[in-house]
Design a protein around this ligand. Structure first.
Ligand code: CDP
Length: 218
């Protein structure tokens, strides 16, 4: 197996940007696994399914293809909410498992970002990060990001969304959002994205050196 980097953490913690920067720095392909759940949520809504219907959502998840992940509709606030509602279903998570593991198994190695990469999808990953920040700071970042996309929103509502999503993602029974025992915690509350990406790169560099040394030893 190539060098796999697992980047987990709550909404708007900076994990997506960090994962993209790590991919560029280490020459690894990146999978934003949140997009898979966003796509399932949005496609369910378009098909008229209730996001609470796990069987219908699992059928949508099983038919998902990588080409469906480029849709800008997946970046909206609504898509984030729908994603976390379909993500509670064990059958949905099971239907998305092979695609994620196949991505991680590429010979080149890979970076995957999400909620359960270090705990469930790639528990053997040699580099694991858990990126977090306070709900207030994350809500402010998400609010600015939505405004830049042309989706004006009220800060108080975005903060309420953030808290609700944290509670749902961390409280679900199957693969809850969690920091793996062997992950390094990166709290970005007081960091610029440049600073956070730099700190992440140094952590991964050290993990890569350890991984290479362990491969070389008999
Ligand atoms: O960008 P943001 O952090 O808001 O969300 P995302 O990473 O796109 O994920 C959207 C939702 O998908 C999350 O709130 C989770 O409920 C779900 N998700 C998950 O359950 N497992 C993952 N590996 C990734 C996302």
């Amino acid at each position: 197996m190539g060098f796999v980097v697992a980047v987990d953490g709550p909404a708007a913690s900076g994990k997506g940007t960090i994962a993209a920067r790590l991919g560029a720095a280490f020459g690894l392909p990146v999978l934003d696994t949140g997009l898979l759940y966003r796509a399932v949520g949005v496609l369910c809504e378009r098909a008229g399914h209730d996001p609470g219907d796990g069987a219908a959502a699992a059928t949508v998840a099983a038919a998902l293809s990588a080409e469906q992940l480029g849709d800008p509709a997946l970046r909206t606030r609504r898509a984030g909410e729908l994603a976390s509602r379909v993500a509670v279903h064990p059958a949905v998570r099971a239907a998305l498992l092979d695609l994620q593991r196949a991505f991680a198994r590429q010979e080149s190695g890979a970076v995957l970002d999400g909620r359960d990469i270090g705990t469930v999808i790639c528990p053997q990953a040699p580099a694991k990060l858990y990126v977090t920040a306070t709900p207030e700071v994350r809500a402010e970042r998400r609010w600015k990001q939505l405004a830049a996309q042309g989706e004006a929103a009220d800060y108080a509502e975005v903060l309420a969304d953030t808290r609700r999503r944290d509670a749902r993602d961390g409280g679900r029974e199957t693969a809850p959002m969690a920091c793996a025992a062997d992950a390094i915690l990166l709290d970005t509350t007081e960091m610029t994205i440049e600073h956070a990406a730099d700190a992440a790169r140094r952590i991964v560099e050290a993990a890569r050196a350890r991984w290479e040394a362990s491969k070389a030893s008999p």
